[in-house]
Design a protein around this ligand. Structure first.
Ligand SMILES: [Cu+2]
Length: 384
């Protein structure tokens, strides 16, 4: 692949997920089609797609991230997860051609300029102009944006579309009139021709050809086994596990923070990894019922544990918003989830009952519904 081109090949099969994290001990790459996944049938190109994706590659031709593009009502959601970039802000745009040639001069110059189907508009008014990608000190950048400047119909045009992450910052042509370009062709103060075309975002660091079809998973997830063995997928980062080490009680769950995660055992013992701080546990308490669930706060500086009887234990900066401890329940609690603000949480019961605390909204439950099988897990809904 290095030195080759990445033009969209109809019917070509792409790897559905890439390990994104840098310096991993273990990354599992899922490359085989999964049940329910099939390439778009030939001849379906006229239909406006609802999802698209791009595999980002660096100038070395190696995978360096993924992009997911999804129709959300009248808007288009663009999610980028990229790695191997310098820390700080990077220009991010849709470009006019689905052709990413790292060997071109300049690299990825084959992707053309900024996507702007209507034409005639300067940067940053191009349809394909997007907010900048912020890259952390570990070289990983993630962003999710909603735009109303492009539609899904704009993307699979005749020459395709590419997503470009630039090596430099986008100035959005915000050059006040008190500044004069040193370009001899620039006759007036303010942004010059180059700025009005590019935002001066510099070289093209990553490029990805947009292809329609099911999105590749942006992000990832970890699985944990009762012995503390951990399996990471996508960009979930492996930072350690308990696999192979003796445990007094089985691991029953985990919760992630920004740069680490916790494993929790049924006695409330906590194992912290990465930058997740240990701020307490119920390991030394005599519990009436085993711990069945855990959630971390927004800051990652605290967490809640919930027991099967609905008792909630809070640690670090986790605030106790309520508990079902001492309440007679129809069914045992099996899981919990925190809200995106971290100022509330839900407890979930095996009969589908839902109990909301703090700023957690009650939006329905399966309590009172005849279930064929008990509820055993739950997750918070999407941010959008
Ligand atoms: Cu660009």
């Amino acid at each position: 692949m290095p030195g080759g081109s990445f033009r969209h090949r109809p019917g070509g099969r792409l790897a559905l997920a890439v390990g994104l994290a840098v310096g991993l001990v273990a990354v599992v790459v899922v490359a085989s089609p999964r049940p329910g996944w099939a390439p778009a049938p030939a001849g379906a190109a006229d239909a406006v797609p609802t999802t698209a994706r791009a595999q980002l590659v660096g100038v070395d031709g190696k995978p360096a991230g993924v992009v997911a593009i999804t129709a959300v009502g009248k808007h288009v959601r663009i999610e980028v997860a990229a790695t191997g970039l310098s820390p700080g802000f990077h220009g991010l745009h849709l470009h006019t051609k689905g052709l990413c040639e790292p060997g071109a001069n300049p690299p990825f110059g084959t992707a053309g300029g900024h996507l702007d189907p209507a034409g005639g508009r300067p940067h940053p008014a191009h349809a394909g102009d997007l907010p900048s990608l912020f890259v952390r000190s570990d070289g990983v950048g993630r962003i999710r944006v909603l735009t109303d400047r492009v539609t899904m119909a704009d993307i699979p045009d005749a020459d395709g579309t590419a997503v470009i992450v630039h090596g430099g910052r986008d100035n959005f042509a915000n050059i006040p009139g008190s500044y004069q370009s040193n370009d001899p062709n620039a006759l007036v103060p303010g942004p010059d021709t180059m700025t009005l075309a590019t935002g001066d975002a510099g070289n093209r660091a990553l490029c990805g050809v947009v292809v329609t079809g099911p999105v590749a998973p942006v992000g990832g997830y970890s699985l944990v086994a009762t012995d503390g063995g951990l399996f990471t997928y996508g960009d979930a980062e492996f930072r350690g596990g308990r696999g192979g080490q003796p445990l007094a009680r089985p691991i029953i769950g985990m919760a992630a923070t920004g740069g680490g995660y916790y494993l929790v055992a049924s006695d409330g013992g906590i194992f912290a990894y990465g930058d997740a701080p240990f701020v307490g546990s119920t390991g030394a308490l005599k519990l009436n019922q085993p711990i069945v669930g855990m959630a971390a706060t927004q800051s990652g500086q605290g967490y809640w544990l919930v027991a099967a009887d609905g008792g909630v234990f809070n640690f670090g900066d986790a605030v106790l918003y309520g508990s079902l401890g001492g309440t007679k329940l129809n069914a045992r609690i099996v899981a919990m989830a925190a809200t995106t603000t971290g100022e509330g949480y839900w407890l979930f019961a095996s009969d589908g009952g839902v109990f909301a605390f703090g700023d957690a909204a009650f939006t329905g439950s399966a309590g009172g519904t005849k279930l064929n099988a008990p509820i055993i897990g739950a997750a918070r809904g999407s941010l959008l």
